[in-house]
Ligand binder design. Structure first.
Ligand code: ZN
Length: 715
């Protein structure tokens, strides 16, 4: 058999020697063709196969591995992209704590879980948490066979060739090392090396790295290991994965053993007792932090005893036996360049601070959240101010306050929060008790378009079958749909619709039919579908029952908008606003509609964009008038409660009858209840109705009432 095709475990020493020489030569030639001549001679797959075979032979005959072997890193060409690497044991993430209380909780949880006696010591390890990139190194037969990033914790990216270029990572372990042996730690970049790297990036006209962690990640994940080799990356071990055997029975002992195998281990690692010891270690490290020379973002505590770690186990991918205690957020000063207003999907106007870019804890920050207009007023932020900015973890940076000298601050113009939506120009109103100002142009505002349309076609609104959110997005992108009326113009576009990605003749025809079937929606569904703030299904139904036709509702809305008397002498704006809302509510004449809903109805209709959009829609859709029956009935608009056992009809049927006659059925008795129908064995609801003086009738009387009502309405 040709030695070149013989399985590695069937090679004798002589054949292996020949194979190593042959493969090294072939790989060297391929590297030269690839790197120097820019003219690859063999496929990536063939190259990978040769490299894998050479590694396998070297693993079996360690004496044959030459220092200049292509498997030893620099010059070796990684596979196209990064091959996935399945971790033998998942790479877990750590639970974060931010305050001393979190550390005390951690100790208490561990003690409770293990049922430790109060006087039993709980020994923890504490070490600096390096802000870098996690890496797992796998050794088999004492040789580095794979290096992989964390990835999603189960599967990472194979970066073996790149990892080999790090001076801190041994290629071989001393005899007697566990087999397999997986050592895990952090790849990072020191501050000086980071500054030098960014200077070099500048000089070459390349993009600067935002922080040392990004630079370390970008450097390790290079398709060309020669680039990785040129970056002064460092590695610090902090744990392990799969191990053939455990050389110690404590976390601390394990890390000493790993150091003994030739891995750098943090010199901050120490044993402490309980939360008190942990907090003292944290304070020491916080003091040392400015002089460490590399970024750390907290202290990691681990339960020292491995048998306890085993018992504690993990919960949602984080071990119960470890806690990352973060350092407080970092701050910086910078200039507030502008305050932009963003409109959310539900119409809320959110201010965003635009800042002169500033580095906060190594991350360049140029935007910060301002929450709402009260926050701007509270801080008295003015464009041009010098402001303190804080960043904590991955949270959006925050403006803490103004640091401009008072004279200079006074010379700046106060910020005036817009009272119109920057997206659509509709009025933006702030309801009493609400923090956010909202755009009232719901139906016409581009920022709210998708949400409004989603609501419009949803099952409880117009219920247009087959119009998924993804399709809506498609139609919006195609420029076909921007208002509810446009949905009813879709059937006319059937041909182009059928040609759209993911559509066809049949699905286009189905959608067109579903839309056509909704041209006369029930009045309450139509009202609900408009998405007026505070007008939910029940309110829409109550209003529809009282007013019975869209024409009547529109006349009501016009009357609400027209009713706008000026403040009475001495009346405060708040009092005036409240009075108006109460007067609007009275005009709606529906028990469930109070000042809040009435104001929302009025604001909606006061916005000309909305009126235009609704009228556009009404040219294509005719909401069905409510049945005469519901209007004429003596219980229309009343709130009913059924209690006890009904014998002449089921509870469901009684409820449906009541609703058909325009009543609203509630589950419990309150002062708003108009009538209680008490069946057999009625209990506490009946007592309550009597206590409140609510009218009560029995089932016989109810049946008579129904018959009379049905007769009166001609049903
Ligand atoms: Zn808007």
């Amino acid at each position: 058999m040709d030695p070149a095709t013989r399985p590695v475990d069937m090679l004798d020493a002589e054949a292996a020697t020949a194979e190593v020489a042959r493969l090294a030569e072939a790989i060297g030639r391929a590297n030269k063709a690839y790197y120097q001549d820019d003219a690859p001679e063999i496929s990536d797959a063939d190259y990978d196969a040769m490299l894998a075979r050479l590694m396998a032979i070297e693993a079996r005959f360690p004496a044959l591995a030459r220092p200049d072997s292509p498997t030893q890193g620099v010059g070796a060409r990684p596979a196209s992209g990064f091959a996935p690497f399945a971790h033998a044991r998942p790479m877990l993430s750590l639970e974060n704590g931010f305050a001393a209380a979190d550390v005390l909780d951690f100790e208490a949880r561990v003690r409770r879980f293990l049922s430790l006696a109060p006087d039993e010591p709980l020994v923890l390890t504490a070490e600096a948490k390096i802000d870098g990139l996690s890496l797992s190194l796998r050794y088999e037969g004492g040789r580095l066979v794979a290096a992989a990033t964390r990835g999603d914790g189960s599967t990472g990216e194979t970066v073996t060739a790149n990892a080999r270029t790090l001076a801190d990572i041994p290629h071989r372990l001393p005899p007697g090392a566990p087999d397999p042996c997986e050592v895990r730690g952090e790849v990072y970049l020191g501050w000086e090396d980071f500054a030098a790297l960014n200077a070099a990036q500048d000089a070459q006209g390349q993009k600067r790295f935002a922080n040392p962690r990004n630079a370390a990640a970008g450097s390790l994940r290079q398709l060309d290991p020669a680039v990785t080799a040129a970056r002064p990356l460092r590695f610090l071990a902090h744990g392990w994965g799969e191990m053939g055997r455990l050389p110690a029975d404590t976390q601390f002992g394990m890390m000493q053993a790993i150091a003994g195998l030739g891995f750098p281990v943090s010199d901050t690692l120490e044993r402490v007792e309980g939360a008190a010891g942990a907090l003292a270690a944290w304070a020491r490290l916080e003091a040392r932090r400015p002089g460490l020379g590399f970024d750390i973002d907290g202290v990691v505590y681990k339960v020292d005893r491995l048998d306890w770690q085993e018992r504690l186990g993990t919960v949602s991918r984080a071990p119960r036996w470890a806690l990352a205690h973060k350092f407080p957020a970092e701050q910086a000063l910078t200039r507030l360049m502008a305050i932009d207003i963003q409109v959310g999907r539900t119409g809320a106007l959110t201010p965003v601070a635009r800042l002169a870019p500033v580095s906060v804890g190594g991350v360049v920050v140029s935007n910060a959240t301002l929450h709402n207009e009260d926050e701007i007023a509270r801080l008295d932020l003015r464009v041009g101010d010098l402001v303190a900015v804080q960043r904590a973890g991955d949270v959006i940076p925050q403006v803490l306050g103004v640091r401009t000298p008072p004279d200079a601050h006074a010379a700046l113009s106060p910020f005036i929060f817009p009272d119109h939506c920057p997206e659509c120009g509709s009025a933006a109103v702030r309801e009493p008790g609400e923090a956010a100002r909202r755009c009232t142009g719901g139906l016409s505002c581009p920022a709210q378009r998708l949400e409004r349309l989603k609501h419009f076609v949803s099952r409880r609104a117009l219920d247009i079958e087959g119009l998924a959110v993804r399709s809506l997005e498609q139609f919006i992108a195609a420029g076909w749909v921007s208002t509810p009326a446009d949905i009813f113009r879709l059937p006319a576009r059937r041909a182009s619709l059928a040609a759209l990605d993911g559509w066809g003749e049949a699905s286009a025809a189905n959608l067109a039919a579903a839309i056509e079937s909704r041209r006369a929606p029930a009045l309450d569904r139509f009202l609900f579908a408009l998405g007026i703030r505070h007008v939910g299904e029940v309110t829409a139904r109550d209003i529809a029952r009282r007013w019975a036709s869209w024409q009547a509702i529109e006349a009501l809305l016009d009357a609400l908008v027209a009713h706008d008397p000026p403040p009475a002498p001495g009346e405060s704006p708040e009092r005036h606003g409240k009075r108006l809302a109460e007067e609007w509510a009275a005009r709606v004449e529906v028990a469930g509609v109070g000042p809040e809903v009435a104001r929302a109805l009025r604001d909606f209709w006061a916005e000309p964009h909305n009126r235009a959009t609704v009228r556009d829609l009404l040219a294509l859709v005719a909401p069905a008038e409510l049945l005469h029956e519901a209007r004429a009935s003596p219980i229309a608009g009343k709130t009913l409660v059924f209690t006890g056992t009904l014998e002449l009809s089921s509870r469901d049927e009684a409820r449906a009858t009541a609703e058909r006659l325009g009543a609203r059925v509630a589950g419990s008795v309150s002062s708003k209840t108009d009538l209680v129908v008490a069946g057999r064995d009625a209990g506490s609801k009946l007592d309550k109705a009597r206590a409140l003086g609510v009218d009560v009738i029995d089932e016989q009387a109810w049946t008579a009432l129904v018959s009379e009502a049905s007769h009166a309405s001609g049903a």
